[in-house]
Design a protein around this ligand. Sequence first.
Ligand code: SF4
Ligand code: SF4
Length: 148
Amino acid sequence: MYTRIYFFRFPKDTCDRPIIYHLIKEHEVEVNILRADILPEREGVMILELKGAKNNVRAALAYLEGLGVGIERLATRVRRDEQRCFECGACTGICPVQALYVRREDMAVLFDPDKCTGCGQCVLICPVRAMEMSLGKEWLQLESVTMD
Ligand code: SF4
Ligand code: SF4
């Protein structure tokens, strides 16, 4: 099954539309809501995991693009702090797609951002917080609105 995690930015005119329902019913895509900040009459942001046949996921993304939804793979927000990482290897066992792996020749722990899905498991397991996922200013803006 094809699985990807995306960061979506919804224009405010889409906030009252049954978009998730449409993704599930019309595109047969499984949707896992990992985080959401949607307020009435305001732009919203969501992190969604989409699962399904690759063509279905692509069609679902095309549908969202057609609505003017901003789409970014969450993996682009995952970074490794090379100064902090002491190459313990703990993350290599948990990464489901081998984006973190050991190079046998010299036992170096490498990170391949192209393979990363943005699942965040390495962020939780790293003992020195070398793996980072930045959600960016979008969340800060919305959190400050929510707190007002
Ligand atoms: S768990 Fe953290 S410190 Fe250990 S290899 Fe992975 S990124 Fe580096
Ligand atoms: S977020 Fe970490 S554990 Fe998840 S795929 Fe990317 S590198 Fe692997």
